[in-house]
Design a protein around this ligand. Sequence first.
Ligand SMILES: Cc1cc2nc3c(=O)[nH]c(=O)nc-3n(C[C@H](O)[C@H](O)[C@H](O)COP(=O)(O)OP(=O)(O)OC[C@H]3O[C@@H](n4cnc5c(N)ncnc54)[C@H](O)[C@@H]3O)c2cc1C
Length: 414
Amino acid sequence: MKTAIIGSGMIGLCSAYYLNQQGFDVTIIDEGDGSDNCSFGNAGYFCPSHMIPLASPGIISQGLKWMTNPESPFYIKPSLDIDLARWGWNFYRAATKSRVEKAVPVLNQMLDESRTLIEDILSETKIDPGFGSKGLLMYCKSQHILDEEAEVAELARKCGQDVDVLTSAQAEKLNPGFEIDTVGAVHFKNDAWFTPNTFMAEFQKYLEAKGVVFKFNTQVTGVEKNGSKVSALLTSDAKIDADQFVVATGSWSAKFLNQLGVKILVQGGKGYSFTLPNPPVMPETASILTEARVAVTPMQGGLRFAGTMEVNGLDLSINPRRIKGLQKSIPAYFPQFDEGSFEGLPVWAGLRPCSPDGLPYIGKTKKFDNLIVATGHAMLGVSLGPITGQLVAEIAQEEKPHIDDSLLKVERYS
Ligand SMILES: Cc1cc2nc3c(=O)[nH]c(=O)nc-3n(C[C@H](O)[C@H](O)[C@H](O)COP(=O)(O)OP(=O)(O)OC[C@H]3O[C@@H](n4cnc5c(N)ncnc54)[C@H](O)[C@@H]3O)c2cc1C
């Protein structure tokens, strides 16, 4: 059976991997050249620790405080755009205790299974993207935030995760020679990471060798319909026909799907990263500077710092004030680093495809029998890539997804 996937990000490639394993004849179409998208420059975490969606109690009041600070890590651009307004309203509505309590078990199961699947993929493909499995340290500078993280740790334990709440001295022992200035940390021991740039490039080559066809520099502009089916993709190049179609277009998904009459809410959540090739010392674990919302990942090629969430449409421009805010926060946690060492480093920007409730959209649309949507993974698209690919392959084979997908419905906001 012929399947065409639109989008060659983590979600598109993982879908291709499982579809190819099941004997589907797969073509991936992307308007880019395959060397960059949101799945390349990110922090590379596989993080079961993040089973609480972004839209959660506390984010609204914290977010409002951040909105007035040009160096803060979170920002929603005030705009008259109707889709952004609907997104914001649904984000606000999703940030309640009862909604989050429903979302946590689903995310936890998906993150946990995906964490196992990525190791299977790496062992099967023999790709070496510098996989690290020493967990994630949430460094805290204030006791109040450490107490809040300890509550998350308690919830994570209830979800079956292995977590320690550490004093600063205990945390320091995990990274000998790496100095920290914190009150303590929470160590989520199930978390892992890799270098996404290596993985994405090597995964493409692996899939190509397995027979997956890539059509880069080709924009999908619409579809040809035949009753309740899509019969072909209209592209900037030739028409592409297939039996099944997968939409893995990341932050561009609402733009693409809305023109087909499939209403979903997705906003780009812009984030930045920069990689210090020769850090004064290299930590052995990944970490997050909790108050500053900065991710720190030891990668092939250096130490990567990533952060900020600017909900700002599809704009990829770099805002120097936020980069400054991000860089300023690092020496406050890591005294061996100074702000000057980041000067002149190239900054990468990517758009996280954010749904209002922080849960992905995975499944078929009501309008078309053979159109599968896999998008909206927000800050977790790397972590959830493998499980999403597996679910897409199940749906393509007309199987019932093995995960309860009632909260993942594509048209839940239509
Ligand atoms: C700073 C930062 C740090 C992050 N850190 C992490 C992390 O540590 N762990 C984690 O799990 N996640 C992380 N994320 C989130 C993660 O990177 C994303 O969720 C994920 O990459 C989304 O993958 P995707 O395949 O959906 O989209 P993308 O990677 O954006 O791919 C979508 C592709 O679709 C193509 N496309 C769109 N429209 C069309 C069209 N009409 N025709 C043809 N092609 C089209 C685009 O060109 C693009 O290549 C981070 C993100 C950022 C920005």
